[in-house]
Ligand binder design. Sequence first.
Ligand SMILES: [Zn+2]
Length: 133
Amino acid sequence: MLFIDLDSDHIKEALKEHKRIIKCRVFRKLDVYCLNKDCPTCNARKLNFKSSSIENNIKNYLLKDSHLEDLICAKPSQMKSLSDDFFKDILPSADYNQLENYFKTKTKNEKETSYPIIFNLFIDLGKLFDYNL
Ligand SMILES: [Zn+2]
C-alpha cells in the first residue's frame, strides 16, 4: 500500500484540484451552475456533460451544507459514517433498514424487484458519480 502524506503540499493541492473537478462535474449533472469562476473543467471544450434526471431528495442532500465536498474528500475512516448519514437522510426508514439485505441480494433483477427504492437510488448515484456519463 502506498503511503500518502496528507500534510504534504502536493497532496493538499491534489485534493483541492480533485474536489474542484468532481464538484464541477456533479454540479453540472445536477443542473446547477458551477460556482467556480474561470473553471478549467467547464472551459474544456471536449468534455461534454449531460445533466441527469436525479431525484430531488438526492440533489437537495448533496447541495446542502458541505455534503458533496465531504463525500468527495472523505478519508476512508470517515466514509462509513458519511454514507450512513446519506442513506438515513435519503431513504424512508423502512428502506434504510433493508439496506443490509439489499447488499446481500445477489441478482440485479431481485434487487430491483424486492427493493425498488434502494435500487433506483443506486441508479441515480451511478449517473452522478460514474465519470463516463
Ligand atoms: Zn466548472
